[in-house]
Write a protein that binds this ligand. Structure first.
Ligand SMILES: C[S@@+](CC[C@H](N)C(=O)[O-])C[C@H]1O[C@@H](n2cnc3c(N)ncnc32)[C@H](O)[C@@H]1O
Ligand code: SF4
Length: 411
C-alpha cells in the first residue's frame, strides 16, 4: 500500500523500518512482592507486608539469586539460538538499549539487592551507552539513600505510582502513602542523582470528582516531573474491585466520566508543554519518552525475566509462571520457569504491530505496515478512526478509544 502523497511526505519514506531489531533491545525484570495488594491490581505480585523482617530478607535474597540465574539461563539459551543463526557468537547479541525493573514493588527490596539486579544485567550483556535503566518505586519507599544507591548502580529513571493526590481517592485505591509523599519522593530522587522521574496516575476511581482530578494534575505539574502515565481505572474480575463491582458494592467506572478525565489530562498537560506521545503517556520533550515502553509499542525484542514476566523475539513470545513458589523451585532445580510460549504467524504479527503502533502518536512508518486493502483503509479513514500525517498512518484522537475496531477494519 502507498500512503505517501506529497513531496514533504516522501522524506518519511527514507526512514528505516522502526520495528523488530531496529527498535532496540530490552530486558524486563519482575519483582513480585508488594506491601499490600491494592484492590484494583492484577499484576503478578503478592502482599508480604505482614511477614517478619528476617523471613522477608531470606525470601528477597533467594528471589534475586533466582532472578539472576534465570537471566543467565535466558541469555545462554538466546546466545545458542542467535549464534546458530548468525554463525558468530560474539556478534550474536544486540546491545541492551533499555532495562526495566518492574513489579510488584521493586523498592520493597533492600537497596543493595535492587542495585545487584541492575549489575547482573551488565554482567550478562553489553549495555549501550546512554541506555535507559528504569526502576519502579512506590512513593512510601523513597529515600535519598535508596535513590543514590540506584543512581550509582546505573539507574537513570524512576517510575513511581502516585495514582492520585486526593486523600479520599488514595483511600479507595488502598494506597499506603499520603498525598504529599510522591512529591517528597520526587525531590529525593533528584537529590539522589536521578533526574528522570515519571509519575503513574489513575483516573475515574469511584468517588473521584472532576475537581479531585484537576487538583491531582495541578500537583503533578508542581512536582515538575518530566513524564506522566495516566490510566483509566480498569476493573479486573479476579481482583477485590472486580468482586466489589460484580456484587454491586462498588459502582463500575463510568465511560463518559473516564473519557472526560482523559480529555482534561490531555488539556492540562498539553498546556504545560507535555507531548502526548502514546495513548496513556505524556513526556516533556522527546528525550523524556520511555525508551523501554516505546520498544514494546514498536514490537521490538526483549527478555522477560522473573515471575510472570513476558519476553519477545521476532514474533516468538514466552512467559514465566505467575507463582513465586513454582518459579523459585524451578530455577533452583536448574529447570526453566517458562510456563508457555507461542509463535505468531505473519498475520498475527502484522495485527499486533498495527495495534501497538496505533497506540503511539507518531503512528506507523509505511515500511512497518502490513499490506492493507485500499478499500479498508478508505473506510477507516472515512469513519475517522485513523489518519495519515507526514506519510505515516496513525490513530485519530477519537480512534484511540476504538483501537480494536480500527485494527479489525484494517486487517
Ligand atoms: C506495575 S504497577 C505499579 C507500580 C508500583 N507498585 C506502584 O503501585 O506504585 C504500574 C501502574 O499500573 C497502573 N495500574 C495498575 N493496575 C491498574 C488498573 N486496574 N487500572 C488502571 N491502572 C492500573 C498504576 O498506575 C500503577 O502505578
Ligand atoms: S499497584 Fe503497585 S503496589 Fe499496588 S498491588 Fe499493584 S504493583 Fe503492588
Amino acid at each position: 500500500m502507498t500512503i505517501a502523497t506529497t513531496s514533504t511526505d516522501r522524506r518519511w519514506l527514507t526512514d528505516p523500518v522502526e520495528s523488530g531489531p531496529a527498535a532496540g533491545f530490552g530486558v524486563y525484570l519482575h519483582v513480585p512482592f508488594c506491601h499490600h495488594r491494592c484492590g484494583y491490581c492484577d499484576f503478578a505480585t503478592a502482599a508480604v507486608g505482614d511477614r517478619a523482617a528476617d523471613d522477608l530478607d531470606v525470601l528477597f535474597r533467594r528471589y534475586v539469586a533466582a532472578l539472576t540465574a534465570d537471566l543467565g539461563r535466558q541469555v545462554a539459551a538466546g546466545r545458542r539460538v542467535w549464534a546458530a543463526a548468525a554463525g558468530d557468537v560474539d556478534d550474536a547479541w544486540p546491545w541492551v538499549t533499555s532495562v526495566f525493573v518492574g513489579g510488584g514493588t521493586p523498592s520493597l527490596l533492600p537497596a543493595d539487592l535492587l542495585a545487584s539486579i541492575v549489575a547482573a544485567v551488565g554482567q550478562e550483556l553489553d549495555i549501550a551507552s546512554g541506555a535507559e535503566v528504569t526502576v519502579e518505586c512506590n512513593p512510601e519507599d523513597g529515600s535519598e539513600e535508596l535513590f543514590s544507591t540506584l543512581a550509582a548502580a546505573g539507574v537513570t529513571r524512576v517510575s513511581m505510582g502516585a495514582q492520585s493526590f486526593s486523600p479520599h481517592v488514595l483511600t479507595t485505591l488502598e494506597r499506603g502513602h499520603t498525598a504529599r509523599r510522591p512529591l517528597e519522593a520526587v525531590l529525593q530522587a533528584r537529590a539522589g542523582g536521578i533526574d528522570a522521574v515519571s509519575l503513574d496516575l489513575i483516573f475515574g476511581t469511584p468517588g473521584e470528582s472532576d475537581t479531585d482530578w484537576r487538583d491531582t494534575l495541578a500537583q503533578v505539574l508542581a512536582a515538575e516531573t518530566d513524564h506522566v502515565s495516566a490510566y483509566a481505572l480498569t476493573i479486573h474480575d479476579n481482583t477485590a474491585f472486580g468482586r466489589a463491582v460484580s456484587s454491586g458494592r462498588m459502582p463500575a467506572p463510568d465511560d463518559d466520566v473516564q473519557r472526560n478525565r482523559f480529555e482534561v489530562v490531555g488539556e492540562l498537560l498539553g498546556a504545560a508543554g507535555f507531548d502526548h506521545y502514546e495513548l496513556s503517556n505524556w513526556a516533556l520533550g522527546a528525550a523524556r519518552r520511555s525508551v523501554h515502553n516505546l520498544l514494546y509499542w514498536r514490537h521490538g525484542d526483549y527478555l522477560g525475566v522473573g515471575v510472570g514476566a513476558h519476553g519477545h523475539a521476532s514474533g516468538r513470545r514466552w512467559w514465566s509462571t505467575r507463582s513465586t513458589e513454582r518459579y523459585l523451585d524451578a530455577v533452583e532445580a536448574g529447570a526453566s520457569p517458562i510456563a508457555g510460549e507461542e509463535v505468531l504467524d505473519d498475520t498475527q504479527r502484522a495485527q499486533e504491530r498495527l495495534l501497538l503502533g496505533l497506540r503511539v502518536r507518531e503512528g506507523l512508518h509505511p515500511a512497518d505496515l502490513p499490506p492493507i486493502d485500499p478499500l479498508a483503509l478508505e473506510d477507516a479513514l472515512g469513519v475517522g478512526l485513523v489518519e495519515i500525517a507526514c506519510g505515516r498512518l496513525r490513530a485519530t484522537r477519537s480512534g484511540w478509544f476504538l483501537l480494536d475496531d480500527a485494527v479489525a477494519r484494517l486487517s
